[in-house]
Design a protein around this ligand. Structure first.
Ligand code: IMP
Length: 200
């Protein structure tokens, strides 16, 4: 049975500051206090699964276990149609270590140019997982469809935002007012599903 998420503290099981900001914007108006894995100095578990849901569950399970509180995680990525869905679950890793997202965007672009791709469509996917300390789990997936541009534009977002234009828009997510992005993003889509199920 679906479980209602009561008001109170929710541990955001992520070390990505851009995601923390977006998750706060989404969950705090619903009366939840979002505390991040960065604030709590939690270790970052290795993401060893081949699906967004699998990796989201690894992160939320680890945070719920470490804190004894309900934990929320987002596993997300970019799926490029002409690249057969790559980089997908490897979206963060393509930026290398330390993370360099310009390099990652350049890698996507050079692969598209190598195959003379005319189809530049792509989607961001976000899977939100909520895990309670007693082991109960809920998972929701959201997407936003769009196209990739080159060169990158805008510095308002994070990750691959500067090369992604959502369908029907003219600005990249990097140029867009964050409030507007947060209302239409893959994370917002997953959140709407979560809200309907767990927060109503
Ligand atoms: P992970 O979920 O931590 O494995 O990483 C997902 C990666 O996807 C992030 O590091 C970002 O590069 C990228 N990503 C996820 N969501 C967004 C977004 O909203 N904008 C831009 N890049 C994103």
């Amino acid at each position: 049975m679906t479980r209602i998420l009561g008001k109170g503290r929710l541990v955001a099981a992520t070390h990505n500051k851009g995601k923390v900001k977006e998750l706060k914007d989404l969950f705090e108006p619903a009366g939840l206090e979002v505390v991040s894995a960065i604030d709590l100095d939690l270790p970052e578990p290795e993401e060893t699964e081949l699906t967004f849901a699998g990796n989201a569950l690894i992160k939320a399970r680890a945070a719920a276990k470490a804190t004894g509180e309900p934990a929320l995680s987002d596993d997300s990525g970019l799926e490029v149609t002409a690249l057969g869905g790559m980089p997908g679950v490897h979206t963060a890793i393509w930026a290398g270590e330390p993370r360099d997202f310009y390099k990652a965007m350049e890698k996507v672009e050079s692969l598209l140019q190598d195959i003379d791709a005319t189809d530049r469509s792509a989607r961001f996917v976000s899977t939100l997982a909520v895990v309670w300390p007693d082991g109960h789990e809920e998972v929701f997936e959201g997407t936003v469809e769009g196209d990739l541009v080159w060169p990158p534009r805008g510095d308002k977002g994070f990750g691959y935002d500067p090369v992604f234009i959502a369908k029907g828009e003219t600005e990249t997510f990097g140029e867009m007012d964050p409030k507007k992005k947060h209302a239409m993003s893959h994370r917002a889509d997953a959140f709407a599903k979560l809200k309907a199920a767990l927060l109503s």
